[in-house]
Structures are given as structure tokens and as C-alpha cells.
Design a protein around this ligand. Structure first.
Ligand code: ASP
Length: 442
């Protein structure tokens, strides 16, 4: 009992994954026909565990996304006289996230890590039923581009929220962005306005529920992985390694090509000298897998080693910890396409563009905590007709990838702080900064 309490969460997930894999493989090779009636109850129990885990996560997706996006944009737009800083931060966030997702989609389309997995579709159907995905696939594939644009604006946000899993989640996200911006114009000088307090509470409570879901996760992952391996066999292990390799390659390209160029062109510094000064932040981000937990170290580095004016670093880094997650955006793009490839689903160009847009938005709306991107991946998959239970395939390697993408997330915040500060030389360091941020928030 105390042994399991001492185990870190990522180790429990790994154990669930490995056990699901081993038992699934044994069952796959022991009962190739999959007609053994006594296996049925076990498959059903596994399906139940997987369903429960995914449902708890999905239950808080709408409140989580709505509160995170409204608060993110509200903070960004508020900016206290830092209009130029806020504007540039938004511009760099969209640019870097967009490039990250384009790198992701290019790599995953060329290297196709999910190709070549053969499996028994009928047996896999046992895993289905978590959510009715056929309907979403149909919604996503029959739209014209005009429909896509019009559908970005919800006719009725409540209605769109109710239909979030039937193709309307993007409309909910866009509405939240607009609403957050509108709020920043209406609430001028009241930092602790009741609506902001309520949204913060909704955000925190949603994260709490995700925490509960993660407690159940080792069992849910066992169930999902067992059923998937039982129907697919062991062939996909090589695919999984290839997938992790593609994610890491994408992160390295973003760090060393995109960020280096940006630091040189916009930040006007030597990229390698800059990255050397950030080493401590990278190590901290890698080991905690949390942008929020790394924030104090990032702030100190920006101040003491990079000499970025405190007004800029406090603003960009504090908000960037949640609202600028390029590594997460890249990871989400690759993951959705990888799972689609494993299931043999070809995503149309329109759906791939939707993945780009949603991954960028997801990078803005993801909580900077370990596994913060999981709820959004589930939504993204459903939106483009990829079975959400496919997330079980990658959860066993997620902690490692989380550590890597978090490092890029935090690195991106520092790069933006540098690029922004080089563009507004009139803002210099001050001891009495007029923006007060809750630096200790984790
Ligand atoms: N762990 C990431 C972060 O804190 C978020 C995620 O991608 O899950 O930046």
C-alpha cells in the first residue's frame, strides 16, 4: 500500500501501460481467433476502465478550455500600458506555435510512424463505444471550407458547448478568445473582479478533476492498452518508438532552427550564448514537466542572466507559462496524426488544417502542469474522427515526451521575452515595476 503511494504518478502510468502490453500480447498470441467466450468478460472490464478514465477527463474539457482561454486572453490583453509588449507577444506566440505545428505535420506525413500496423478491426471494435466517433468523423469530413469559417463563430455558445464533442469545440474556443478580449476592455482596473475570481476557481476545480482522473489512469491505461494490443498484436511497438523519435526530432528542429533564427533575427543575440545561459531553466523544465513549476527559475534567469527588463519578462513569462506552449502544440499535431495512421484513417487536407488550428489554440489553452495537454488531445482526436481511446497507445511514453515538450514550452517563453524586449528598447529595467504578477503560482 505504502509502496504504491510512494511511486510517482508517471511510474504508475508506465506500469499500467507495460502490464496492459504484456497481458494484451499474451492474449493476442494465445487466442489468435479471438473467439474465446471466457475472454469476453475481461475485455469488457478493460473497456469499462478505459471508458471511465476518458469520460472523467472529458467531463471537464469544456469548463477547462473556456476558463483557460478567457483568462489567458484577458491577461494578455490587459497588459497595463504594455500594449506593444502584449501585441508582440501574441504575434510571436501565434507565429512560433504555427511553425511548430507545421513542422509536426510535415514530419509525421513524411515519416509516417503509424503506418503498417495490421490489426483485426472487428476485435478492435471491442475497444470502441467510449464515445460515438462515427458521427464526429462524418461531421468533420462533409464540410466545405466556407462552412469551416462560418462555423468558427458559434450561433449560440451554450449550444456549441453542449455539442462540443460533435464538432463544435473550435467555436467554443473562438468564443472564449473573443469573450476574454471583451472582458479585458470592460474590466479596466479591477484585478480581482468577481468574474475573474469565478473563472480562476472553475479553472482550478477542473484541474482537480483531471488530477482524480489521473489517479484512475493506470487502470484506464491498462484497459485501453490491453484491448488495443489484444486486437493489434505487438507490431506497433516499433511504431511507438518511431513516434517518440518523430516528436523529439520535431522539438529539436523547433529549438535549434526556429528559435535560433528568431533569436538572431528578432532577438538580436547570439542564439548559442543565449541558450547556454538558459541551461538551468531547461533542466528544471525537463525534470518537473511543468511550465508553471519552472516559472520562478525562468524569471530569475531572464532577470539575472539574460538582462531582459523585468516589466517584459514578468509579463511574457508569467502568461507564456500557460498561453505559449509550442512544444505542446507540436506534440498534439504529431500525436493525432500518428494515432490516425495506426487506425488507418487518412485525414483530408481540411482536417489536417483543422488539426493545425486546434493545436495552436490548444497551445494557448493548455495548463502548464504535467499531462496538461491530455484533455485537449482527446478533443482534437474526436474532432477529426480519430478514435479517442487511441490515446492509450501513447500514454506509456507520455511522461518522457512531456519532459521534452515542457522544456521547449519554457524555452519558447524565454525566446519570446528576448524577441519582444529587443523590439521595444524604450522599455528598460525598473525596480518599481508597475505590473504585479503572482510569480509563485504553480
Ligand atoms: N506539461 C506541459 C507543460 O507544463 C503541458 C503539456 O503539454 O502537457 O508545459
Amino acid at each position: 500500500m505504502s509502496f504504491s503511494k510512494k511511486l510517482p504518478q508517471w511510474a504508475k502510468l508506465l506500469i499500467g501501460f507495460v502490464l496492459g502490453l504484456i497481458f494484451g500480447l499474451i492474449a493476442y498470441y494465445a487466442f489468435p481467433q479471438k473467439t474465446n467466450s471466457w475472454m469476453e468478460p475481461f475485455v469488457e472490464v478493460c473497456k469499462f476502465a478505459g471508458m471511465l478514465f476518458l469520460r472523467i477527463i472529458m467531463a471537464v474539457v469544456v469548463p477547462l478550455i473556456v476558463s483557460a482561454l478567457i483568462l489567458g486572453v484577458f491577461e494578455l490583453a490587459k497588459g497595463h500600458g504594455l500594449g506593444k509588449v502584449a501585441g508582440r507577444s501574441i504575434g510571436f506566440t501565434v507565429l512560433f506555435s504555427g511553425l511548430a505545428v507545421i513542422i509536426a505535420l510535415t514530419l509525421v506525413n513524411i515519416l509516417r510512424p503509424g503506418n503498417g500496423v495490421t490489426f483485426d478491426k472487428e476485435a478492435l471494435a471491442k475497444n470502441a463505444g467510449v464515445i460515438k466517433i462515427e458521427q464526429n468523423a462524418k461531421v468533420a469530413s462533409t464540410k466545405t471550407w466556407q462552412d469551416y469559417i462560418v462555423d468558427l463563430i458559434p450561433q449560440n455558445p451554450i449550444d456549441s458547448a453542449a455539442n462540443a464533442f460533435s464538432g463544435e469545440i473550435v467555436a467554443v474556443m473562438i468564443f472564449s478568445l473573443l469573450f476574454g478580449y471583451a472582458l479585458s476592455l470592460v474590466i479596466k482596473n479591477e484585478e480581482d473582479h468577481p468574474i475573474i475570481k469565478i473563472l480562476n476557481a472553475i479553472f482550478d476545480a477542473s484541474l482537480k478533476v483531471i488530477e482524480w482522473a489521473l489517479k484512475l489512469a493506470p487502470f484506464g491505461i491498462f484497459g485501453l492498452v490491453f484491448n488495443t494490443t489484444y486486437s493489434m498484436g505487438g507490431g506497433f511497438l516499433g511504431n511507438l518508438a518511431a513516434y517518440a523519435g518523430v516528436v523529439i526530432a520535431g522539438l529539436l528542429i523547433q529549438q535549434f532552427i526556429v528559435y535560433s533564427s528568431a533569436l538572431k533575427i528578432f532577438g538580436k543575440v547570439n542564439p548559442f550564448a543565449f541558450m547556454k545561459k538558459c541551461r538551468e531553466v531547461y533542466i528544471y523544465a525537463f525534470s518537473t514537466a511543468s511550465s508553471n513549476a519552472t516559472l520562478p527559475v525562468a524569471l530569475e534567469t531572464a532577470d539575472k542572466k539574460l538582462n531582459i527588463p523585468d516589466k517584459i519578462s514578468r509579463f511574457v513569462l508569467t502568461i507564456g507559462a500557460s498561453a505559449n506552449q509550442n512544444g505542446t502544440a507540436l506534440f498534439e499535431g504529431i500525436t493525432v496524426l500518428f494515432v490516425a495512421q495506426v487506425y488507418g484513417i487518412e485525414l483530408s487536407l481540411g482536417n489536417q488544417l483543422l488539426v493545425v488550428l486546434m493545436s495552436i489554440l490548444a497551445g494557448i489553452g493548455t495548463a502548464g502542469v504535467p499531462g496538461g495537454s491530455l484533455p485537449l488531445i482527446v478533443v482534437l482526436m474526436m474532432q477529426v474522427g480519430v478514435p479517442p481511446e487511441g490515446i492509450g497507445l501513447i500514454l506509456g511514453v507520455d511522461r518522457l515526451l512531456d519532459m521534452c515538450r515542457t522544456t521547449l514550452n519554457v524555452s519558447g517563453d524565454l525566446v519570446i521575452a528576448q524577441c519582444v524586449s529587443a523590439g521595444v528598447p524604450e522599455i528598460t529595467n525598473s525596480n518599481d515595476a508597475d505590473i504585479v504578477m503572482d510569480v509563485g503560482a504553480t
